[in-house]
Design a protein around this ligand. Structure first.
Ligand SMILES: [Fe+2]
Length: 258
């Protein structure tokens, strides 16, 4: 079983994210990749990397959503093996409980699915800007089911931005930005970001209010990741941000005070 060290928990508190290597189950990852290749939407073809280039034609099918360079294959996210691949994997679940408290998490009935990023192709590099997610949760996790090299569509974070963005919303967990949000977003868009690239099996935990984005995929592969958002059972959506932002994170409090 893989666990977070005290230093890794402190890093998460300071930086807003933490990467753990080689966590996910090999067989379930292969099943995920096979599912992706078996469901390629047109005009993508398995053996033709020249077709894996965006922007994709918009498709609002919730099970296989396409927009710009993102293809969200959500349908398998409801299946038990996919939930076990990420959300309830004993290591991943255990680490989420280390941060948020034992026996505190909502039992998952699905994960987001397989989120793919197609290639940029030959276009010039585009600027990368951050956003904060709009739905209520505590802790995000991204898991790679295939290798993701640098500048290949990796999950991208603006370190430490969670400590500013946390106070930029009227409530702790809903998306109701206050007047400071845009100013902080403009600030962080000028700051260096971290491309969390990695190998198949690596995961990234991230705080729900960290500024993040999906990196542009300059590689010749399709970026393949699975995503889940951990929520505590006692999440109160309407409560304003706490003075002390780690109130709901007993594992973080222990590490910071230890
Ligand atoms: Fe997001």
């Amino acid at each position: 079983m893989i666990r977070l060290s005290e230093d890794e928990i402190k890093f998460f508190a300071q930086e807003g994210y933490v990467i753990k290597r080689g966590v996910l189950d090999e067989d379930l990852m292969k099943r995920g990749r096979d599912r992706m290749w078996a469901n390629l939407p047109p005009p993508l073809e398995c053996d033709r990397p020249d077709t894996w280039v965006g922007p994709l034609e918009q498709c609002d099918d919730p099970d296989s959503h396409r927009h710009n360079y993102m293809w969200r294959l959500r349908a398998p996210g409801r299946e038990g093996w996919m939930i076990r691949l990420l959300a309830t994997d004993p290591s991943v679940w255990g680490m989420a409980e280390q941060l948020l408290g034992e026996d505190s998490l909502v039992t998952p009935d699905r994960i987001r699915g397989i989120y793919c990023v197609v290639r940029d192709g030959d276009i010039p590099e585009r600027p990368t800007t951050c956003h904060v997610d709009a739905h209520p949760f505590h802790l995000g996790v991204v898991g790679y089911i295939d290798d993701v090299g640098p500048a290949s569509g990796g999950f991208t974070v603006w370190p430490k931005s969670h400590r500013r963005f946390y106070y930029d919303f009227k409530s702790q967990y809903k998306h109701e930005p206050n007047d400071q949000y845009q100013a902080d977003k403009d600030h962080f868009d000028q700051q260096p970001y971290r491309d969390c690239h990695g190998k198949a099996g690596d995961i990234v935990f991230w705080h729900h209010r960290i500024g993040h984005s999906v990196g542009h995929n300059r590689s010749d592969r399709i970026r393949q990741a699975v995503l889940y958002d951990y929520k505590k059972r006692d999440l109160k959506e309407d409560e304003p941000p706490c003075d002390y932002m780690w109130r709901d994170w007993p594992g973080v409090i222990r590490a910071l005070e230890g």
